[in-house]
Ligand binder design. Sequence first.
Ligand code: ACO
Length: 349
Amino acid sequence: MNRTIIAGIGSYVPDNVVTNEELTQFMDTSDQWIQERTGIKERRYARRFEETTATIGAAAARVAMERAGVTAADIDFVIFATLSPDYFFPGCGVLVQRLLGLKDVGALDVRNQCSGFLYGLSVADQFIKTGMYRNILLIGAEVHSYAMDFSTRGRNVSVIFGDGAGAVILQSSQDKERGILSTHLHSDGSEAEVLSMPNPGFHSGVHRPEWKPPVPEQKYGGVFITQDLLDKEDFYPYMDGQAVFKKAVIKLPEVIQEALGANNYTPADLQLMIPHQANLRIAQFVQQTLKLRDDQVFNNIQKYGNTTAASIPLALCEAWENGRVKEKDLVCLAAFGSGFTWGSALLKW
Ligand code: ACO
């Protein structure tokens, strides 16, 4: 069977650099607190009213397409992973189809947050291997800066996340020495709300009775956005950081070992491991657990913060541009995040 290769990779980050110091204008925080806890020095925020998740995703896609030597006419499927879509619906996939002038090909939106890119990669891999599609455009992109709580109340979340996009073109190859070897996906919804943005939503408190909004005085409707929600400004991401941290440092090494084991490799065989850029401390923990050397791991969260679905392609693109990934290198990608969902991919570049 043919293998799926990454034929081209691209990224895009907004040019607006926001330092930790700048955030102290809006909330009670400090450069020292942010760097010590997360490793983040700065992040990018989109140009308001000009850039969206779909437009920056399209910008990354153009670079990936050029590097793969394909045009809009060649793309036969689009997968778009994000948790910060332009619209509640339709998804960003169709917006990118329009922005790039693609044919009326299928466009699939992936809602798997931090592991969205890996879920998308796994889906694309199956489509390519079966011969159904020849050139799949996979994008991971986020604009977090439009919807976070920039007051002190939201500081544990808002200092972490940044905006950015990464994209790859996936193609079939007969070269048995290259391509995706395997992907491994998992989920556990028992703690779904630990890292979540439940509002606005259609849940009306069913999953967590303590989050039940006051019932509006009407028989139908009126649950999605209530006055109470607006009054309490209860529409921001929620995160129990310590619970996420504890689970991530167990599941990430586990799923990396799963990918290596499935292909008879050990951590020592890896040329590069790129963990989802959630928090530098999590990445360092994973590195220590797997006894990986510094030159086997690539992180760039210091410059971009956590860009969720974009973080892996953004880091992979930079690693490739800097010569840290060379042809036939053994590369492992791994992510853990909201859901919880987590996964890994092992590939030969
Ligand atoms: N600046 C200053 N103080 C802050 C900030 C901030 N930005 N945020 C929280 N604090 C305060 C808290 O209010 C608390 O104060 P208190 O002791 O007076 O109550 C104190 O700092 C400690 O808060 P904790 O939440 O216990 O801080 P912790 O050391 O756990 O660090 C953090 C928080 C960085 C979120 C950490 O838990 C973490 O990294 N968790 C992993 C979560 C993560 O990486 N999420 C990314 C998204 S998920 C993903 O992508 C996998």
